[in-house]
Design a protein around this ligand. Structure first.
Ligand SMILES: Nc1ncnc2c1ncn2[C@@H]1O[C@H](COP(=O)(O)OP(=O)(O)OP(=O)(O)O)[C@@H](O)[C@H]1O
Length: 264
């Protein structure tokens, strides 16, 4: 496939911009200069459909984290355009960009990034407390029950397992009902059982709660929880896969190790 169409699934109907929670159009990102110059992203175009779980995969250094950070407004771009909904991020000043991230975007990172002195519940509601927003109680209850944290709400992070801490981080990302959640290796620090719990929860939050999630992962088994997988190679989109299985994703990833593959 070319990487000019704003779609991630060239086997299906191309969603219109209205169906996209986020878009990148011909986005380029270059680090360094001279001999140290690295093109982390080369004119990447991608649309993230609403209400879907999208995984981004590719070899180490292929640009996964850079793409996610640029799409989430955490990093600047050198060329192209990035949109959350219909808002173009490059046009926002720092203050507006911070507000947009706070109000419309959720984040889950490999390191859980919880505040150690706060309880699980206080961590979950912290972004809304900072923003001066009141939690929608019914939604919050649903999120807490879905991640199975009700008996642990008064515990501090040090009293929780890694999997439980990441479930707190997931609940925190979901609590304000953001339009899109970006997850960067969310299971990278978890054993396979806790990882499967977190991934199952992320998938349920898409299927049952209508959320939109983009997840960067190295793990074919994690990518198999997604609705679509986008493969990056050398800073470009080189393939997409609908209805992934761990086996199919692994097979596709093996192709990247062949010389020349992944540099399309
Ligand atoms: N701050 C930076 N300064 C210089 N080069 C960078 C910087 N961040 C990333 N790069 C380079 O940009 C390219 C893409 O990096 P990126 O971290 O996006 O890849 P990735 O696919 O997420 O890798 P990994 O799977 O190893 O995390 C790599 O060649 C990397 O070395």
């Amino acid at each position: 496939m070319t990487n000019t169409a704003p779609t991630i699934d060239d086997g299906h109907t191309v969603p219109g911009a209205g169906d996209l929670a986020a878009r990148a159009l011909a986005v380029s990102k270059v680090y360094g200069s001279g001999d140290a110059r690295v093109t982390a992203l080369g004119e990447v175009s991608i649309g993230i459909p609403r209400g879907r779980f999208t995984a981004i995969m590719g070899p180490s250094g292929s640009g996964k984290s850079t793409l996610m950070h640029c799409m989430a407004g955490l990093d600047s771009i050198d060329a192209g355009q990035v949109f959350i909904g219909d808002v173009e991020l490059n046009r926002l000043d720092d203050k507006r960009l911070t507000r947009l991230r706070r109000d419309r975007v959720g984040f889950i990172f490999q390191a859980f990034n919880l505040v150690p002195t706060l309880t699980a519940l206080e961590n979950i509601t912290l972004p809304m407390d900072i923003a001066g927003r009141k939690a929608d109680k019914a939604w919050l209850d649903r999120v807490i029950d879905t991640v199975g944290l009700r008996p642990r709400l008064g515990h501090r992070p040090s009293q929780l397992s890694g999997g439980q801490q990441q479930r707190v981080a997931c609940a925190r990302a979901l609590a304000s009902r953001p339009e899109i959640i970006f997850a960067d290796e969310p299971t990278g620090n978890l054993d396979s059982r806790s990882g499967a719990e977190v991934l199952g929860f992320l998938r349920d939050s898409v299927r049952e709660m209508g959320r939109t999630i983009v997840m960067v992962t190295h793990d074919p088994a994690a990518a198999a929880y997604a609705d679509e997988v986008v493969f990056l190679g050398d800073g470009r989109i080189v393939d997409t896969m609908a209805a992934p299985t761990a086996e199919k994703v692994l097979e596709r990833m093996k192709g990247f190790d062949l010389p020349g593959v992944g540099s399309a």
